[in-house]
Design a protein around this ligand. Structure first.
Ligand SMILES: [Zn+2]
Length: 287
């Protein structure tokens, strides 16, 4: 138990020599141009639930029409400084593993090797009938051929690769080339559960870690929050770096209300102080 409130300056000391498990969320990819729909400046959205998606072909048509338009921007997103810093920390042997709630694949593109994609990958497509996985690029090409000119429409992208398109009734969808089944992006929708073996891998990772660092997640869904609770139960240090409050703040050893890149930089230079720090910080959720 730490009696003196910690500040963001204490981050390197707190994590020095410890094997760190990392949990990342949508706030990490905003610098890559992918909006965080739970962030403080985000408009309210109602993402399609799994139950809605499977309820009717019209819903699948609506989903794929919007996703088709959003895909070009999603595909163009590049890893940012935080993705690269985390990949460097992994190379330094500082991490015990990384769990991401993001589906954009940007950690891997930054060179991160060991990543658990908790909510799946937007660049993969799964057939709901035969469960075969295919590349999204393949489906995109099929949809583009079926709907010429459609993706040229202006739309706002969203973290799940969805986009705002009003009239989707004229959009032609494609089915599984193997069995004719319904195709769904290989991401976990609201109303859908993360596969149990994947959840168990995450718990094992937190069990092996000596500290948990949460980056850019407000921990609004239990899917991520449960790992923070597990870390708290084990009594390991929990650091949360996020703009705005999170559901895990009360469990945090240190909460830093700032951007991820500017805060994480201090860890990379840990062995070679002095380091600089920017942004507001608070300890144990106290402003
Ligand atoms: Zn199939």
């Amino acid at each position: 138990m730490i009696d003196v409130p910690l500040r963001s300056d204490d981050l390197p000391t707190l994590l020095h020599g410890r094997r760190i498990a990392v949990l990342t969320g949508a706030g990490l990819s905003t610098d890559s141009g992918i909006p965080d729909y739970r962030g403080p400046d985000s408009p309210p959205r109602n993402p399609m639930t799994y139950q809605q998606f499977v309820s009717a072909p019209q819903m699948q048509q609506r989903y794929w029409a919007r996703a088709h338009v959003g895909w070009s921007r999603m595909k163009a997103a590049e890893p940012n400084a935080t993705h690269h810093m985390l990949a460097s920390l992994e190379q330094q042997g500082r991490l015990s593993g990384l769990i991401t709630q993001n589906v954009d694949g940007l950690h891997q593109r930054a060179g991160h090797c060991d990543v658990i994609d908790l909510h799946g990958r937007i660049d993969r497509v799964v057939c709901l009938a035969c469960r075969s996985l295919t590349p999204r690029a393949e489906l995109h090409a099929r949809l583009a051929a079926l709907n010429p000119g459609y993706e040229g429409r202006i739309a706002e992208p969203a973290p799940d690769g969805d986009a705002v398109v009003d009239d989707t009734t004229g959009f032609s969808i494609a089915s599984c080339t193997t069995c004719g089944g319904t195709l769904k992006p290989d991401v976990v929708f609201f109303g859908e559960n993360v596969a149990k073996p994947l959840v168990e891998r995450c718990f094992a990772l937190v069990d092996e870690a000596e500290a948990l660092v949460v980056l850019g997640s407000s921990l609004q869904v239990m899917s991520g929050l449960r790992f923070v609770r597990a870390a708290h139960k084990r009594g390991i240090s929990i650091v949360i770096i996020n703009r705005g409050p999170t559901r895990g703040d009360a469990l945090a050893t240190l909460k830093v209300d700032a951007g991820c890149a500017e805060t994480l930089g201090s860890l990379l230079t840990d062995r070679d102080p002095p380091f600089s720090m920017h942004g507001r910080a608070s300890a144990n959720g106290t402003p």
